[in-house]
Ligand binder design. Structure first.
Ligand code: GLP
Length: 245
């Protein structure tokens, strides 16, 4: 795809003309699903427009689902991968859910640290303020695409050394003999703030699902409190319902 002009005969804002050019490329088969577009800088030079114009045009088409963008890698034709399914009626981990549905789960660490519990953390975990907690903040990926930001806090009695947590928190908990057996989970609709949107490669303000899971050990103590934001366009949450006996 090598556009060399913006359709000089057309009028209207440059970014809209660039969008038409890309749409026409797709309609005429010169651009196919998963094709990479030239870099922003290259497009701007070829067309003699500013990078701001190129960015605005691409952003609009990403919001419409015509294109998708991945940080550091570029802009591609087509929507993000199919939606993933998260069961709501079983106590499973992200890694298990994604693997069971044939996807490859991934994790990028944003924070992995230990420290004294704040008053809020202590209330959530049912411990005393100042008791040690482990904080695990991760970007969760599915087949390489970011779908969720998860902020977990765990009492240090369960995970004393954050560096020991690998790809799966639940594997680490099971390894420590601290596997949760029950959880309460809440879902709510939210919109993404700037920095979260950047991490999730979504438009600021776009829809997301906030999930809070508080998970318990057999003795009733809290072993995990996780607050997550899932991209609204990435997930279906599925529960099986039955009539009460
Ligand atoms: C889900 C839950 C989280 C839990 C996570 C564990 O995403 N919403 O509360 O912490 O699974 O997943 P993993 O074991 O892959 O880290």
């Amino acid at each position: 795809f090598r556009p060399d002009r913006l359709g000089g005969e057309e009028s209207g804002p440059l970014y809209l003309r660039l969008q038409s050019l890309i749409r026409a490329g797709i309609a005429e088969g010169r651009l196919r699903t998963n094709d990479a577009l030239p870099a922003e800088r290259e497009l701007a030079t070829q067309l003699g427009v500013s990078r701001v114009t190129v960015r605005k045009a691409l952003r609009g088409l990403v919001d419409e689902g015509v294109l998708r963008q991945r940080h550091g890698s570029g802009t591609y034709v087509g929507r993000p991968a199919e939606r993933i399914r998260q069961p709501l009626s079983r106590l499973t981990s992200f890694t298990e859910d994604m693997t069971a549905s044939g996807h490859v789960p991934g994790t990028r660490w944003l924070d992995r640290s230990a420290g004294p519990a704040t008053a809020e953390e202590a209330t959530l975990l049912g411990i005393a303020p100042g008791d040690a907690v482990t904080r695990l903040t991760r970007l969760r990926l599915v087949d390489g695409d970011p779908v969720a930001i998860e902020r977990a806090i765990v009492p240090a009695t369960a995970i004393p050394d954050p560096a020991k947590v690998g790809a799966s928190l639940y594997d680490a908990l099971a390894g420590a003999g601290m596997q949760p057996v029950r959880a309460v989970q809440r879902l709510a609709a939210v919109s993404l703030g700037e920095s979260e949107a950047r991490l999730l490669e979504a438009a600021p303000g776009s829809a997301a699902v906030a999930i809070e899971r508080i998970a318990y050990l057999p003795d009733g103590s809290v072993v995990e409190c996780t607050r997550s934001h899932y991209r609204g366009d990435a997930c279906d949450f599925v529960a099986e319902l039955s009539l009460s006996p």
